[in-house]
Design a protein around this ligand. Structure first.
Ligand SMILES: Cc1cc2nc3c(=O)[nH]c(=O)nc-3n(C[C@H](O)[C@H](O)[C@H](O)COP(=O)(O)O)c2cc1C
Length: 216
């Protein structure tokens, strides 16, 4: 390739890459030793559907991401939740009022994914678009070894539903510990979310979970 073209392409690409990196959110270290006793967290666990619009703290968000899908054994790359055959096929989409991010557990950051307020695609209930945080549990079946969308069926998704359940329960307990409200949700227009968030044909939306301070 002509070196002039190469420089031109680099001059365009490099600022684009650093611009998108600037939009990432670096999370504070999760607080791995704090929180209320486990038995008390289980006692407090409950679903709420009334949320304040107040944002939660970044530290709380970090704790929640780590609870849902963080790495707790870095030498083995293993997580706070189990996954069948350790396929780790889940992606955690973090939908905030200003943008959508994907949780990057290795680098403890939220990687920018899409601009704008897309909360209304996260679920069919009214509170979903008003609460400050929605976690969307998305399976990438390619990570389970499938190659084509036609190979995806209810059987191949069974484990992903179980995985999402583990993630959600950790988030329930973390919310109970941090004084936050939450509810796990299956009522999602999955095709719409898939389309609007431009997910790949090998991804499937499993469950959503709304999080925020309890409203009145
Ligand atoms: C798989 C699953 C799907 C659920 N889907 C929804 C939902 O779409 N919307 C909702 O408001 N609650 C949903 N829930 C929450 C349940 O309604 C709630 O857990 C139940 O009423 C018991 O209340 P508790 O969580 O406070 O004990 C779901 C729970 C589970 C386990």
């Amino acid at each position: 390739m002509n070196t002039h073209y190469l420089f031109l392409i680099m001059a365009i690409l490099i600022p684009m890459i650093s611009f998108s990196q600037e939009k990432n959110i670096r999370l504070p270290e999760p607080d791995r030793t704090g929180g209320i006793p486990l038995m008390k967290a289980m006692q407090e666990r409950s679903s709420t559907r009334t949320f304040s619009t107040d944002p939660i703290e970044l530290q709380q968000l970090s704790n929640l991401c780590w609870s849902a899908w963080g790495i707790n054994r870095s030498e083995a790359g293993k997580r706070t939740v189990p996954s069948s055959h350790n396929f780790q096929e889940m992606d955690l989409y973090v939908v905030l009022p200003e943008a959508v991010y994907v949780y990057d557990a290795i680098n403890n950051q939220l990687v920018f994914y899409a601009e704008g307020d897309l909360r209304h695609y996260c679920g069919t209930q009214d509170f979903v678009a008003k609460a400050p945080v929605n976690f969307m549990y998305v399976a990438n079946l390619q990570k389970r070894g499938l190659k084509l969308p036609e190979e995806i069926n209810d059987g191949s998704l069974l484990s992903s539903w179980a995985n999402a359940g583990f993630m959600a329960q950790n988030v329930y307990l973390s919310c109970a510990s941090q004084g936050l409200g939450t509810v796990i949700r299956a009522m999602i227009d999955r095709d719409r979310f898939h389309l609007e968030l431009k997910l790949s044909p090998m991804q499937r939306v499993i469950l959503g979970q709304t999080i925020g301070f309890q409203g009145k």
